[in-house]
Design a protein around this ligand. Structure first.
Ligand code: ADP
Length: 728
């Protein structure tokens, strides 16, 4: 195949990673790729704007924001004559397969070009610009679209390229604004990108705990000004020193009148007599290095795009559904996008929200509860639910506790916080957690409730049973790692001996290792991954000046998730996983690979080793072996990243995952309490949906003798990582 690839419309971080994957996957498959500069502008210009791309043309771009191909908005392409010229240039270059990385505008253009292709070619033949033979060689234009838009406004896929990075920028900014607002008792009105889609505003408000979020999909009704003022006045009365109002660019009231930051500021200053400040985040949201998630999703999607081009058919949009790349007919996706725009124009918000998909619907309703200033109060039978951690701290744990307290207390249930994990459970260190006790917990890393790695032993059970009875605990939520799951199983196994154990228990997966059964992702892993990726980017940069190979050790225990996903996100050439172990033969082969790379001009080498990949072939051993055998060709340094991977403020992904999983867990726990079912379940995200796993059979779910699930969805990514990182 001869493939043309372009980035078009608004740029988004991760486009480069997608381009790298398209180019390298195509070359590995024996195809030819031409990079088209500045979107459709370059396609119309032709000539030097459409150039063949080689393996090394996309080296070192994974971590770069923007797009090295450049992007543009082309008015000419909107005209039939412009598209005819574009078709002529494509045929003259022999291209009849296109990968378009862009937003809904760019993808609409691609769909149109595909549909018009036969008639454009016929016109070109008629005009004498092409011969009939040239046209018959390219009867069909294959099109694959990749969703490149920070707004995440394309329906039918989980998330578009760049929106995770944009959320990082927004959440970092709001966290900082919050700390200054808090010191000065101020209200901040923050404008977030998103003219026709409130995804960024919605997710940022969930992640930061902002009191108010105004988005195009849920415009406030008449009299909203009064409601807003009352809410913020009530917040101050309830003890909040600072308040944040997040406003999407495209925010409107229910009559369709735009709501601007200045209008909100004037309103609040006049009515509340408070100091109000405005921050318009603007292009800061678009720029900078892509997050680990954006790099990896772009890489997965780019490789899948080349595969999809092999099939002749209607244009498709490749997007993530759960953790897998899968195609949707582009036409359907664009049709749905137009339907959303129309619904918003017609003031039919319910329809617009429904078309955005179930995840958006749920996030919106959870946000409504979490953004309340005070709980609503009981609506039915109420229960006493205890919440605790188990295992090592993981960033996002606090968010999970905050969400559980707010969601449960809102309905009048009592939440009991068990401090210091298993120790607190054994010693009865238990106290009620109220609505405001978890205020400000969204952004804090670590575990405010306290946690430790202690596992329940037989001696502890009597004490635990007594405390559960004394505090009349009717349901238990354990947010943590494998220890949490083992505790849930122990409680179930002993319920015949201790009547107070006959309560439902739900585990919420929270560990940086991502080694828990029943969930594709655990809370904390994304933060750890980003911490690794940031450090490795720096390490790679430091090594550019000298020919140097780095061996980086990352955490993960018996699970290679962090090692593999960080290798994929940083373009590491080698990765050592506990799932594969390390053999000396392979180390020698890798050594030869590095040597050959440095001989042919490579300046940096990178190998990532999971801490448990092999007990004897340690990071130090591998670095020494490479150093000794690398002779004068290159030198070697090791970096053991250690606890920096466990700390840090949780990323937006981990915060929103915490909210999503906890919301699911609380709902299920209450259902089990109501129906008096004493089950132990683990909540998880499976293929993009919240699901539950019975923990009675924990042993069957785990790899025998290893602390990791029997099946791990990410293992097939090994091939992709190796394919893209090898030399041409
Ligand atoms: P995005 O792709 O980020 O949504 P735009 O809406 O600006 O950005 O679209 C990018 C480019 O795609 C436009 O400048 C134009 O060249 C092309 N394009 C957009 N919509 C159409 C359309 N309906 N028909 C033809 N080309 C289009």
């Amino acid at each position: 195949m001869k493939i043309g690839v372009l980035t078009s419309g608004g740029d988004s971080p991760g486009m480069n990673a997608a381009l790298r994957a398209v180019v390298r996957s195509a070359i590995s498959g024996g195809h030819e790729v031409l990079g088209i500069r500045r979107g459709y502008t370059g396609m119309i210009e032709g000539g030097p704007s459409m150039q063949r791309m080689g393996w090394s043309d996309v080296a070192g771009i994974l971590q770069r924001g923007g797009t090295i191909l450049g992007s543009a908005r082309s008015q000419e392409f909107r005209q039939p004559a412009g598209r005819r010229q574009a078709a002529l240039n494509l045929v003259q270059c022999g291209i009849d397969r296109l990968v378009v990385i862009g937003g809904d505008g760019s993808l609409s253009g691609a769909q149109l070009l595909h549909e018009e292709w036969p008639s454009l070619l016929a016109e070109l033949v008629e005009r004498g610009d092409l011969t009939a033979e040239q046209a018959t060689l390219h009867p069909h234009l294959g099109v694959v679209g990749l969703p490149g838009s920070i707004d995440n406004d394309l329906p039918g896929i989980d998330v578009s390229i760049g929106s995770d990075t944009a959320l990082h920028r927004i959440v970092e900014a709001v966290d900082r604004i919050f700390s200054t607002a808090d010191s000065h008792q101020r209200i901040f009105v923050v404008e977030v990108m998103g003219r026709r889609c409130g995804y960024l505003t919605l997710m940022a408000s969930l992640a930061t705990g902002a009191e108010v979020a105004i988005l195009p999909e849920s415009p406030p009704g008449p009299g909203w000004e009064e409601v807003l003022c009352q809410k913020l006045a009530a917040a101050r009365k309830a003890g909040r020193r600072a308040s944040i109002v997040l406003l999407a660019e495209g925010a409107r009231d229910s009559l369709g009148a735009p709501i601007t930051v200045n209008q909100v500021k004037d309103l609040l200053e006049t009515r509340l007599h408070e100091e109000v400040r405005i921050t318009i985040l603007g292009h800061v949201q678009r720029g900078g290095a892509p997050t680990a998630f954006d790099r990896n999703q772009s890489t997965i999607l780019g490789a899948a795009a080349v595969e999809a081009l092999g099939k002749v058919g209607e244009p498709v949009l490749i997007g993530l559904h759960g953790n897998q790349a899968s195609p949707t007919p582009l036409k359907d996706c664009l049709r749905r996008s137009l339907a959303i725009d129309q619904a918003l124009k017609d003031g039919n918000q319910e329809r617009a929200i429904e078309l955005r998909g179930p995840h958006f619907v749920r996030a919106l309703s959870t946000r409504k509860i979490l953004g309340r200033i005070e709980p609503t109060g009981p609506t039915g039978e109420t229960f006493r639910i205890a919440v605790m951690h188990a295992g090592a701290p993981a960033p996002g744990m606090n968010m999970a506790v905050r969400a559980s307290v707010r969601l449960l207390v809102d309905q009048g249930h009592t939440v009991l916080g068990i401090r210091r994990g298993m120790k607190g459970l054994v010693e009865g260190d238990i106290a009620e957690l109220r609505w405001m006790d978890v205020s400000g917990w969204s952004s804090i890393g670590g575990a405010q409730l306290g946690t430790n790695r202690r596992v329940l032993s037989g001696h502890d059970l009597y004490a635990v049973a007594r405390h559960l009875e004394h505090f009349q605990v009717q349901g238990l939520l354990i947010i943590g790692g494998l220890t949490a799951y083992q505790t849930a199983e122990t409680i179930r196994a002993n319920e015949n001996h201790y009547p107070s154990f006959a309560i439902p228990v739900i585990c919420v997966p929270a560990t940086i290792d991502n080694n828990l059964p029943g969930s594709d992702f655990s809370i904390g892993a994304d933060t750890a991954l980003n911490s690794i990726v940031e450090v490795v980017d720096r390490i790679k940069q430091s090594a550019v000046a000298s020919r140097r190979c780095f061996v980086v050790e990352v955490m993960g225990r018996e699970c290679g998730y962090l090692a593999l996903t960080s290798a994929l996100a940083t373009g590491a050439e080698r990765v050592y996983l506990p799932e594969e172990g390390i053999e000396i033969e392979r180390l020698l082969q890798d050594l030869r690979g590095f040597s050959a790379g440095f001989q042919s001009g490579r300046r940096v080498g990178l190998a990532i080793r999971n801490e448990c990949a092999n007990p004897l072939y340690t990071t130090h051993f591998i670095a020494s072996l490479f150093e000794e055998e690398g002779k004068d060709e290159f030198d070697v340094r090791q970096a053991i990243l250690g606890h920096l991977q466990q700390g840090g403020d949780p990323t937006p992904f981990d915060r929103t995952l915490a909210v999503r999983l906890t919301a699911g867990a609380c709902e299920k726990l209450l259902e089990l309490c109501k129906t008096r079912q004493a089950l132990s379940l683990g909540v998880g995200l499976q293929a993009g949906r919240t699901d539950f796993t019975d923990l009675c059979v924990l042993d069957h779910l785990l790899d025998p003798g290893r602390g990791r699930p029997r099946t791990q969805w990410w293992l097939p990514l090994r091939e992709l990582m190796r394919k893209l990182a090898q030399r041409e």
